[in-house]
Design a protein around this ligand. Structure first.
Ligand code: HEM
Length: 503
């Protein structure tokens, strides 16, 4: 017996040893089958092919050679670029949980209080709690309704301002960005804050600073962010933003306790402070958590919506047929009204098609937000090692003639009588993403985009300055956090004959 016990032990140890050796051999001898991709240079990988380009264009071009699932090495970072609806579906549905992580980049660490916002928080309990809170409390359709008067006032002010400049060129890009950020600031802080302009300027500068930052592509290097000044710059911007948010919160708490503001509207900040105090949360919300959510609403929310309106205006000017049809609709729906309010916004069917078509041709996040897989998996027969960054090129998919008729043309009618929607179930059209990390701000974004367009179409006839024809408008893109027009859009507005904007 004794002998057989010790031999059983010896046999088990031998078996474990053999298993260990075999598994070692297996990992060494069976190479991973990575997706195809362009040749890589030492140290740079494929980074040199992306620098100085409009990245989603370059990735589309490379995808035409290497296919709809393509492997790149961007600096130190292994990346997979997806550019077909079938594979986008695999990533965001079949393998959704595995790809629900975001890469933990230095820029996110500094700007989002150690990745404690919604957009960059690691997938897990904290993110789930925050996301649920946002969907049910902060960005719900019902809550968005409560900001109606803010939107109507701010857009009304813009119309007045433009009518005072009738006949002279107006920088519409600047106006739209300042309008959207202004609405968000009032929705966030309840009332106008004396710090808000300063805060908006910092958010915009931070967005510009990030883009495809080279430092994010060499995560192991502690030196690179220091010698390039990247870390210093982001830390400075973060310190300034944090100071402003802290001041806003402190003065907010002070005025809230005074009776003078008892009837003030509940803004995003109030909601978050209330939940912090009374919400039954699994993980308590800290002051920094609240600040990072507010920052998200500004960056993830305002930048994207403004960009979309800027492109919608550009496409409308470029396509006089679309402009006439949209003007006819809004002028009919609001016939006899002094101005456009949100009461009948839902009846503007054609304008909604314009927004859909704009989001197809100009998704503000053409590669969505990067995801990363927690564990190795196989997609379309290719191995995707854990920790690969996945970018879904929704820009390329939405311009592919395989899925769209005359894809380069701006034809809002293509969405009429079509079940195609942007809610993450039609994988040839994903301007808001899909799966667990789909954008939670769709309901918040829509009236912010529809109302200014409707007002401007109702009150004015639009032209390009200097007699330039719409069809000659340059539509070049620039790539930052979002894809904006390369050059600001200037327009001349002529008040429409029914308009009375004297008061
Ligand atoms: C036209 C307007 C907008 C567009 C095109 C847009 C697009 C997107 C996209 C593509 C994503 C990434 C989805 C993915 O990874 O699959 C995203 C995420 C996000 N968006 Fe939006 N967005 C818009 C407006 C807004 C607004 C108004 C808000 C808030 C007020 C917002 C808040 C967020 C947040 C918090 C995330 C991160 C979600 C997560 O990681 O769980 N977005 N958005």
């Amino acid at each position: 017996m004794e002998l057989s016990a010790s031999s059983a032990f010896g046999f088990s140890a031998f078996a474990v040893f053999i298993f260990f050796i075999l598994s070692k051999l297996r990992t060494q001898t069976v190479p991973l089958k990575l997706p195809p991709g362009p040749p890589k240079l030492p140290l740079l990988g494929n980074l040199h092919q992306l620098l100085g380009t409009v990245i989603h264009h370059k990735l589309t071009e490379l995808g035409e050679t290497y296919g709809p699932i393509m492997h790149l090495q961007i600096g130190e970072v292994p990346a997979v670029i997806v550019s077909s609806p079938e594979i986008a579906k695999e990533v965001t549905t079949t393998h959704d949980i595995n790809f629900a992580r975001r890469p933990l980049q230095l820029s996110g660490k500094i700007l989002t209080y150690n990745w404690t916002d919604i957009a960059f928080a690691p997938y897990g309990t904290y993110w789930r709690q925050l996301r649920k809170l946002c969907v049910t409390e902060v960005l719900s359709a019902k809550r968005v309704q409560t900001y109606r008067s803010i939107r109507e006032e701010e857009v009304g002010d813009l119309v007045q301002e433009i009518s005072a400049k009738a006949g002279t060129p107006v920088n519409m890009s600047a106006k739209i960005f300042s309008l959207t950020y202004g609405i968000t600031a009032r929705a966030a802080f309840g009332t106008k804050s004396k710090y808000q302009e300063e805060y908006i300027a910092i958010v915009m500068e931070s967005s510009k600073a990030v883009g495809l930052a080279v430092c994010n592509m060499y995560p192991s290097s502690k030196l690179l962010p220091l010698i390039t000044g990247f870390k210093h710059k982001l830390e400075k911007l973060h310190r300034e933003a944090d100071k402003i948010l802290e001041n806003i919160i402190v003065s907010h708490l002070k005025t809230k306790s005074s009776s003078a503001s008892a009837d003030a509207k509940e803004g995003l900040l109030d909601i978050l402070l209330r939940i912090q105090e009374t919400g039954n949360l699994e993980i308590p919300l800290t002051r920094d958590n609240i600040k990072s959510v507010i920052a998200d609403v500004f960056t993830a929310g305002s930048e994207t919506s403004s960009t979309t309106v800027e492109w919608a205006i550009s496409e409308i000017v470029k396509n006089p047929r679309v402009m006439k049809k949209a003007q006819a609709e809004v002028r009919e729906v609001y016939k006899g009204k002094e101005s456009v309010d949100e009461e009948r916004l839902d009846q503007l069917k054609y304008l909604k098609l314009i927004i859909k078509e704009t989001l197809r041709l100009h998704p503000s996040l053409p590669l969505l937000l990067q995801r990363e897989n927690a564990s190795q998996c196989v997609i379309k027969g290719y191995d995707i090692p854990a920790g690969t960054r996945v970018m879904i090129n929704v820009w390329a998919i939405a311009r592919n003639p395989k899925y769209w008729k005359e894809p380069e043309k701006f034809v809002p009618e293509r969405f009429a009588d079509s079940p195609l929607d942007y809610i993450g179930t039609n994988f040839e059209y994903l301007p808001f993403g899909a799966g667990r990390r789909i954008c939670p701000g769709i309901d918040y974004a829509m009236p912010n985009m529809l109302l200014p367009l409707a007002q401007l179409l109702y009150h004015f006839d639009w032209e390009l300055p200097g007699g330039v024809r719409g069809e000659d408008l340059d539509m070049s893109e620039s790539f930052g956090v979002t894809v904006r027009r390369k050059d600001d859009l200037y327009l001349v507005f002529k008040p429409h004959k029914h308009t009375n904007l004297s008061n």
